[in-house]
Design a protein around this ligand. Structure first.
Ligand code: PLP
Length: 478
């Protein structure tokens, strides 16, 4: 277990607007449990002492004490002699266990489409056509030539000329993001990430010791002037962007902003990680999404764009194959740095991935059909049952971002979990304390599950209090 002592201020920031209208100690315990479940408080994290926490939260010490007692009773924390109250492990939710009257448990904490139905066929083809794979060492740090060529060809087909030497195969996109971050960032460097954004990318930047600044993304997308101003003021060594079908809004960056943002960042010597994990998941119709790097005005600017892709959302999350597209000398640097952390991607999974590219257009068409139907169902149900909520107008990806109009996201998520819906509250997608007015709703679940989810959201919303908490301010942009 990792030991990480939390200050009362830090825990208070992480908790955001946790207060509802029930017993404070129970709500505080449930909010801490939510942070554990979301991975914000890892096993081994040491909770603050009761007195400073009660002062910081403006609660009696008895309330904090009762909350810690509750955490021990429910197995979330334990008391270790000399260390205080320590987080044990996230409580495992058994998907087959009823925790509401109807017995439903819907998990919207993950935005992952169903595994592609052709996977057994791919596996059978791999067994029949590539038995030689079992004679290989079984893994490598750059990727098999056939797969690198297929990935490069896909970029070329999408409008960005690419050769295999510009590609490294990784163990999914998250691996790629952290590998790039730890190779290019040092402690104290400046990095930049859209806010809101994919939380594990923020964690990857922060884990290098870099300072992480926020690039605001509104419910209707990027504000071009604010974006360029933020880039100029922060002058980051490394930025992380999701320009197409952004997680969590499902929006895409305006074309006219792309060349400008690349010019501004590269002129300051910065690199940009462009996460295109969901760039090819379009709604309504399949369309070719021009890779972000193709917008670079000059070749040396294009070399500053490091594109990350993955098969986890298009084909299957269990196929741990992602990739990095970058200039060949940077690929070489990343390969050296990679060996410290892992020894390569499995050859067997690379064979499956290579075969998946034979069916890629068909897979994407399938995805567009189901995601479009699920998105439509979600929007209709939200419109009918929660009409005051404002929803981002997603054009792709797997989720929408919702403005609740009130600072209640954490309390709502907690309430939902009692009813049988697991959903990640808004603050998880930004720096601690922001986005308490927002909620991410993935539409990657089935229409039936989405229907149940909206019914539970509606019930939880109707049950909840009208929060009087003051708005939380976004952290300062450095
Ligand atoms: C935007 C984004 N990037 C990267 C990832 C991680 O992808 P992988 O499963 O390939 O590591 C996810 C998964 O949720 C994601 O939403």
């Amino acid at each position: 277990m990792v030991s990480q002592r939390l200050t009362a201020r830090r825990l208070t920031n992480l908790l955001g607007n946790w207060r509802g209208h029930g017993h404070s100690y129970l709500e505080l315990a449930a909010s801490i449990e939510l942070l554990v479940r979301d991975g914000v408080l890892p096993p081994g994290a040491v909770l603050p002492a009761e007195r400073p926490l009660s002062e910081e939260l403006g609660l009696s010490r008895t309330t904090v004490s009762a909350c810690y007692q509750r955490l021990r009773e429910t197995g979330v924390a334990l008391t270790r002699q000399g260390s205080g109250t320590v987080i044990r492990a996230p409580r495992v939710v058994d998907a087959g266990t009823a925790n509401d009257e109807s017995g439903a448990v819907v998990d919207l904490t993950r935005a992952i489409p169903e595994p592609w139905s052709g996977l057994p066929m791919l596996a059978a083809r791999a067994m029949n056509e590539h038995p030689e794979t079992f004679e290989l060492a079984g893994y490598d740090t750059l990727g098999r030539a056939e797969l690198r060529e297929r990935i490069a060809a896909r970029y070329t087909q999408r409008g960005l000329a690419t050769s295999a030497e510009q590609i490294m195969v990784t163990v999914g996109a998250q691996h790629a993001i952290y590998l790039i971050a730890r190779t290019l960032l040092s402690r104290g460097d400046r990095s930049l990430i859209e806010s809101p954004s994919y939380p594990h990318a923020r964690e990857a930047l922060a884990a290098t010791g870099a300072l992480v600044a926020d690039l605001p993304v509104m419910l209707d997308g990027h504000d071009p002037e604010l974006t360029i101003d933020t880039v100029r003021r922060t002058s980051p060594t490394l930025s992380y962007l999701i320009p197409d079908h952004h997680n969590p809004t499902g929006l895409s960056m305006p074309q006219e902003l792309r060349a400008q943002i690349i010019t501004e960042l590269s002129a300051r010597g910065g690199y940009i990680i462009v996460d295109e994990t969901t760039a090819e998941l379009t709604l309504r119709e399949t369309r070719t999404v021009l890779p972000f790097a193709a917008s670079a005005a000059l070749p040396h600017e294009q070399d500053r764009v490091i594109t990350v892709g993955s098969l986890s959302k298009t084909v299957w999350g269990g196929l741990r194959v992602g990739w990095i597209r970058a200039a060949p000398d940077l690929i070489a640097q990343l390969e050296v740095s990679r060996r410290i952390g892992d020894l390569g991607t499995s050859s067997w999974e690379q064979v499956l991935a290579t075969l998946a590219f034979d069916h890629y257009d068909e897979i994407l068409l399938d995805r567009t059909k189901s995601l479009t139907a699920q998105h439509r169902a979600l929007i209709e149900q939200l419109g009918a049952q929660l009409p005051s909520w404002r929803v981002s107008q997603a054009i792709g990806g797997v989720c929408v971002w919702v403005d609740l109009g009130e600072q209640r996201s954490s309390a709502l998520s907690r309430e939902c979990s009692k009813l049988g819906l697991q959903i990640t509250p808004g603050p998880r997608f930004g720096s601690p304390g922001v986005f308490e007015r927002f909620l991410r709703i993935p539409f990657s679940a089935s229409e039936a599950d989405l229907g149940d989810a909206v019914a539970m959201l509606e019930a939880a919303w109707a049950a909840g209090p009208q929060s009087s908490a003051p708005p939380q301010l976004a952290s300062a942009v450095i």
